[in-house]
Ligand binder design. Sequence first.
Ligand code: GLU
Length: 282
Amino acid sequence: MRVRRINTILGSAAALALALTACGTAEVGDSGEGGDNGNGGGDSITIGVKYDQPGLGLDEGGTPVGFDVDVATYIAGELGYAPEDIEWTEAASANRESFLQQGTVDMIAATYSITDERRQVVDFAGPYYVAQQDILTQADNTDINGPEDLDGKVLCSASGSRSANNITEDMEIDAELREAGNYSECLELLSNGTVDAVTTDNTILAGFAAQNPDDFRMVNNPFGEEKYGVGLPAGSTEQCEEINAAITQMWDDGSAVEFLEEAFGATDFAFEENVPELEDCA
Ligand code: GLU
């Protein structure tokens, strides 16, 4: 049984802050009130999300917003944590595994693709969404229209992501790689012409392109499959099962599409509405 936090001044302030920022996000997590939680944990849950990715996980002061944040809030609700019981932490592509291994966070929902290599050191529930990879260029670029056009070009991606390797190693395209700490840094390098293109998931690029339609162009030639999992510490099989049940419900009750609409409905991005096929937990 979870011991509910006494409503301290801090708790009230957090709840107020959440209420103030809630106008842009869907009302989720209420179903967690009094819900059965088998997590045996304390009164809060720490979740790592991106803070710089519009549409997915964006922190503009206050509670982060976006699809990953909504998904994580819904899942936390099903595990018995109300929105005010969630402690958000910024995760970058490069620190997701170490955050889980060191217990910095309890879970990660940060455009975190399930891969065999990562499964060696962490567990994944999901996937809760299947993205694809794409390329972003400056708006006036016309010669980059797919990965094969990146031969000899300077390409930015975030360290700790798989995106660049998918092109240079798996597709054997001879691009010159420039790694940045996160994708918003790549966007700066693209705007000032240091790099020719940025590659990562179409969800991420769509968010940036929608924010700056006059500056950037999404090539819109998607490839590959990026299965977004909920990252968990190794050995979390039981919690993984609970989260998979929550993900199934999130798609069944229409919440997943509602969150996607909220994130991308006002953009040109045609997000995937097919229910993702869950992977085994163990
Ligand atoms: N989904 C890809 C990955 O996990 C790229 C996006 C990211 O770095 O967050 O490697």
